[in-house]
Design a protein around this ligand. Sequence first.
Ligand code: BTN
Length: 268
Amino acid sequence: MIANRDALATLRKRFESNLTTVALGRHTQWLREAESTNSVARIWADQGAVHGSLVFADHQTGGRGRHDRTWITSPGLNLTVSLALRPDFPASRYGLITLAASLAVNATIQHLCAAVNTKIKWPNDLLVNNRKCCGMLLESVIAGDTRESYVILGIGLNVNEVEFPESIQQVATSLKLATGQQYEREFVLVELLNRLEEQLRVLDTEPERIVSAYQSCMAGLGNPLLVNDVHSGESFEGILMGVDSTGALLLKMNTQVQAFHAGEIKLL
Ligand code: BTN
């Protein structure tokens, strides 16, 4: 874990002096420890946190993953951050934030780690050399009054981790494991927020560009795949065709194409 408050303040200062965004990361909380940055950001958003407010935790003790799983990371090595977003576009487009955020993380990794192979595993796992390097948890609160609606985007990016729990050792990786280099987390975060702001701008003006860019980065496109539908618990096998205009996964089974809005996929 980070040595002391001064070390955290230094990290914050270096972050602030490099950030070039308009809104993302302009209001921040830097915590040495938090149970879950998503939970902290949610409370903050309920109290009125502005668009782009960011929560950083050096050590997350109760990180939450998708489908009620946990997200475990070692203190001081990785990025565990959450953003409170209040987009101008309608809530019907919130599902595409996950695509825009995946593209931003993908571009960040490609920029920082030349020559590694990156792919997005639907909906928002970032694979580096076919292993998971980043996961995201989006939680939205949609109110009658759109000014009260918000999305919490939580990002867990493995940066300098070199030892994973045995249960995920074969499937997880980090930037350091992929390249052999050590990364300054605050600079990784700056790169990520700059790109995320750009992707959210595109999502606001030309959402179809997000969909097509996302499709070109998808793992398993055109290949056989298993989808576990979380609502029904059923599994479906088919060919991955891409995503539709809402971000739902398109699976071709025999002659029919079916859309899945939530689920877990397994590349075959
Ligand atoms: C997943 O792949 O299941 C999603 C993992 C999301 C983890 C991040 S870490 C920061 C934020 N706070 C949380 O509690 N979860 C997200």
